[in-house]
Design a protein around this ligand. Structure first.
Ligand SMILES: CC(C)(COP(=O)(O)OP(=O)(O)OC[C@H]1O[C@@H](n2cnc3c(N)ncnc32)[C@H](O)[C@@H]1OP(=O)(O)O)[C@@H](O)C(=O)NCCC(=O)NCCS
Length: 185
């Protein structure tokens, strides 16, 4: 007979499959590089990841379901913005909201760090990613000509600026005294 209350054991089982986001650690690297090579034609190597993560302003996070890493993102902290350098979800779990959860985390980080916007570059040919970021209220801000050294492809710079209601929990939007410097970062 069901008592209608989850036992400690049930709750443990549910937690084991819950999707959550945490800091990336060195031990995650094989799972991350597997997702990376399954996601990109010009994939980062493990060295590329490690070199990037050694930078003081560079942060890596993973999305994990149970013990399994299902996505990751790497971003840089600048004075007025967060800039996403790498972002991918394991092919087998795409269109299940993992990418959306990672964007939600970025928006939380943006507002709690009192920065103005999230920026990223998407390859011109990567329509799926453009549609994904557009579905999450990113807007194409400009074309970056010959942006990629590997293929010479153009990129779209996409940007996300939070709504007033997203700032509300953090005491309102910050005043951007650095706006005129931000493109020099
Ligand atoms: C782009 C990517 C991160 C999306 O991750 P995801 O976990 O599948 O995204 P979500 O499930 O949160 O998708 C949310 C919404 O985004 C849109 N979207 C996501 N993928 C899409 C696609 N392939 N085509 C069209 N719309 C898409 C949809 O509106 C989707 O909602 P729906 O599934 O209810 O229709 C994933 O496809 C991926 O890793 N791609 C390869 C790596 C990559 O291109 N990274 C970005 C580099 S800039």
């Amino acid at each position: 007979m069901s008592t209608g209350r989850a036992t400690r054991r049930d709750r443990g089982a549910a937690d084991a499959t819950a999707l959550h986001i945490r800091w990336m650690i060195r031990r995650d690297m094989p799972d991350i590089t597997a997702i990376e090579t399954a996601s990109f034609e010009y994939a980062w190597t493990e060295d590329d990841f490690l070199r990037c993560l050694r930078q003081r302003n560079c942060i890596g996070m993973v999305a994990e379901r149970g013990e399994r890493i299902v996505g990751f993102m790497i971003y840089e902290l600048h004075r007025t913005r967060l800039h996403v350098l790498n972002f991918a979800v394991a092919p087998a779990v795409r269109r299940t909201g993992v990418g959306g959860l990672m964007v939600g985390k970025l928006v939380y980080k943006l507002c709690s760090h009192r920065r103005q916007k999230i920026t990223l570059a998407v390859r011109e040919g990567n329509t799926a990613a453009q549609l994904f970021f557009r579905a999450h209220r990113f807007q194409a801000a400009r074309v970056l000509r010959n942006y990629y050294e590997d293929s010479g492809e153009d990129a779209y710079q996409m940007e996300y600026t939070p709504h007033e209601h997203e700032w509300a929990a953090f005491g309102g939007a910050p005043v951007n005294r650095l706006a005129r410097y931000e493109d020099r970062e």
